[in-house]
Design a binder for this molecule. Structure first.
Ligand SMILES: Nc1ncnc2c1ncn2[C@@H]1O[C@H](COP(=O)(O)OP(=O)(O)OP(=O)(O)O)[C@@H](O)[C@H]1O
Length: 610
């Protein structure tokens, strides 16, 4: 994330770059002083060769030192200190050693071009966190080992890694958007990915252990299938044995209980029948004993008795995430909980598990959805993974309430960041555009995948955009809000009383509205009121008076952000917040409009160099 740099940060960035350069030598001997990289000048104003800055000459955007005959280590820790760096091009030099984990600090990197050096070692996993990366080129080096999961970088369009010593499988890139791809002359193995007809055999040749179409090598049958099969059998028979045992224990228990309490009403026994949540007695509900209503108290605790505990562990569903592998519902209930907020439809608690892991639990009350439908819904959402969407880790359902567990994101929400900007900690145009682009892509993906199931987000707003540990934005609480008629008529004009299908459709259009409001917040630096109407109304009225420029955040104007691109983004926001839901575009259209604006922005940066 690029916040406007303070003086000390500028100094730190300059120190780091000088350090990086001082460790190098020219092929003719020491570093070349004429290149101008020294502490007595400024990288942006002092004409450091190969360094390019933003339009205000404040932050370093590009370092291009191709063919400078430089020898030495690629000190990523120093190079990535100016976190604004978008282009790093050190091709055709004599850089040695490996790329260290710190390359992951170069969050804004769009171009990492290192072909034609003497680099070696295994690529660090942190490379796969460079979500802005478009071009990654490392041909003609001596890298080895398996590639990190580069396929998760959705915007990657160029990957050149030919003439190295890589092993293992080729990642499953989405080749439909790729412009350049070459991994020839390595030691890759396993099946050839579907190149979507975009690249020929020459892009994969020289890897003797690759197999499958279009190569003549046929892939051997996968042993994992066989293994899975036997695991399935073990699980199945294990399950039968377990059920049998439970039945025996249950029958024995009933016989003993009957003997002990002859004459006691049968109802009491029903309470401990393992019917889970379907038994509608108060003892089957997770009682969250809260003292939040007490003056000044912000802590809450969950409590339960042993019968509840037994039933809850069976009704808790832990999803596929390895983060909470083996977590039991009791672990949640035991943990002290702190109320983080209470919205119209539920409350959010922070809890800390015994091993110190912080989680949040969303508690939704009185949601008229059956346990089965809720389960199906949560599983559908879980199966639709996107790096820009915070996955649920587990969920629980009873008649009165639903609980959903997420990772605790300590870097806070977009709302907090916007508040921060009002307190003087501004964040720049490029960062805001990048947040808008990533959120639009994530939401468009979710809408596309979940359209048929009618599962929209339902409550898109800046407090539901969280920043993960890499400061990448991600949408939280996807699909936890099904609008009631009142919400619907507030946000979706003219759509009262429509039937279920229309209702689902409207929820998608409500997401568009919510997303449009977020764009307005990013552009104006102003916050919406609770129902999100005022900001949109205000912007629409100012624009209709042809005072468009007046709406923009003064910090963006001061920074010299492109007015043309801000106006373009404002047009998108206005389309999304159109009072008529039918007139709002689809999320897919929005994502492509914003991506065009982002490309224009990047084009303006890169065109300074090439
Ligand atoms: N996974 C998370 N980690 C850390 N903080 C979170 C997480 N999810 C939400 N929060 C923050 O906790 C606070 C309370 O969240 P909550 O969802 O109750 O608020 P809300 O978004 O205003 O309400 P609602 O979503 O019910 O309309 C918000 O400031 C939100 O940004």
């Amino acid at each position: 994330m690029v916040f406007n740099m303070s003086k000390s940060e500028e100094e730190e960035a300059r120190n780091a770059l000088v350090k990086f350069y001082s460790q190098l030598s020219h092929s003719n001997g020491a570093v070349d002083p004429s290149i101008g990289w020294n502490m007595s000048s400024d990288p942006c104003i002092g004409e450091w060769e190969g360094v390019f800055c933003d339009s205000k000459n404040v932050s370093v955007k590009k370092i291009v030192l191709d063919g400078f005959s430089l020898t030495g280590l690629l000190d990523a820790a120093s190079l990535c200190t100016p976190q604004s760096l978008a282009v790093l091009s050190l091709q055709e030099n004599n850089f040695m050693g490996d790329i260290s984990e710190e390359i992951g600090n170069c969050k804004q990197l769009t171009h990492l071009l290192l072909s034609g050096n003497k680099l070696s070692g295994i690529l660090p996993d942190s490379l796969s966190n460079l979500n802005n990366l478009k071009k990654f080129e490392i041909s003609n080096n001596s890298f080895s080992g398996k590639l990190p999961n580069l396929a998760r970088i959705s915007g990657l369009v160029s990957f050149l890694a030919d003439n190295n010593h890589f092993t293992g499988p080729i990642p499953y890139f989405d080749f439909s958007n790729f412009q350049l791809f070459n991994v020839s002359n390595n030691n890759f193995s396993g099946p050839v990915p579907n190149l979507k007809g975009r690249f020929g055999l020459d892009s994969i040749s020289g890897n003797a252990e690759l197999c499958g179409e279009p190569l003549s090598n046929v892939c051997p049958p996968s042993p994992s299938k066989k293994k899975n099969h036997s695991i399935e059998h073990i699980l199945m028979y294990g399950g039968y044995i377990l059920i049998g045992l439970l039945l025996v224990i249950f029958v024995a228990y009933k016989i003993v209980a009957k003997k002990k309490h002859t004459g006691e009403p049968q109802d009491n026994l029903d309470i401990v029948k393992p019917k889970g949540v379907s038994v509608d007695t108060s003892i089957n509900q997770p009682s969250i004993v809260s003292n939040e209503h007490k003056l000044g108290a912000s802590k809450t605790e969950y409590s339960m008795n042993s019968a509840e505990s037994a039933m809850m562990s069976t009704s808790m569903v832990v999803l596929s995430s390895p983060v909470v592998k083996g977590m039991k519902f009791e672990d949640l209930l035991k943990a002290p909980a702190e109320l983080l907020g209470r919205g119209k439809h539920g409350s959010l608690y922070k809890i800390v598990l015994e091993d110190g892991m912080p989680l949040v639990v969303k508690r939704i009350k009185d949601w008229a959805i059956s346990g089965e439908d809720f389960k199906r819904r949560m599983q559908k959402i879980d199966a639709t993974k996107h790096p820009g969407v915070l996955p649920a880790l587990a969920f629980y359902s009873s008649k009165q309430e639903k609980l959903v567990v997420y990772r605790f994101e300590q870097n806070g929400s977009l709302l907090k960041l916007l508040y921060g900007s009002q307190n003087g900690v501004a964040f720049d145009w490029e960062t805001r555009l990048s947040i808008a682009t990533k959120m639009a892509e994530a939401l468009a993906f979710m809408h596309k995948e979940l359209l048929d199931d009618g599962i929209a987000h339902g409550n898109i707003k800046s407090s539901n955009i969280m920043f993960n540990q890499n400061m990448d934005p991600c949408i939280s609480e996807y699909g936890l809000m099904v609008l009631d008629n009142q919400d619907n008529s507030t946000l979706v004009n003219g759509n009262n009383g429509h039937k279920t299908r229309d209702h689902a459709y409207s929820t998608f259009k409500v997401d568009l509205y919510g997303f449009g409001v977020i764009l307005l917040e990013l552009l104006t630096g102003k916050l919406v009121d609770n129902n999100g109407l005022d900001l949109a109304k205000w912007v629409h009225s100012v624009v209709s008076e042809e005072w468009t420029v007046e709406v923009f955040d003064k910090n963006l104007v001061k920074e010299g952000a492109s007015e043309e691109r801000m106006v373009n983004l404002l047009q998108v926001a206005l389309k999304c917040t159109n009072a008529s839901p039918e007139a709002r575009p689809s999320m897919n259209e929005v994502a492509s409009m914003i991506s065009t604006i982002k490309e224009e922005e990047e084009g303006s940066i890169v065109s300074d160099v090439w």
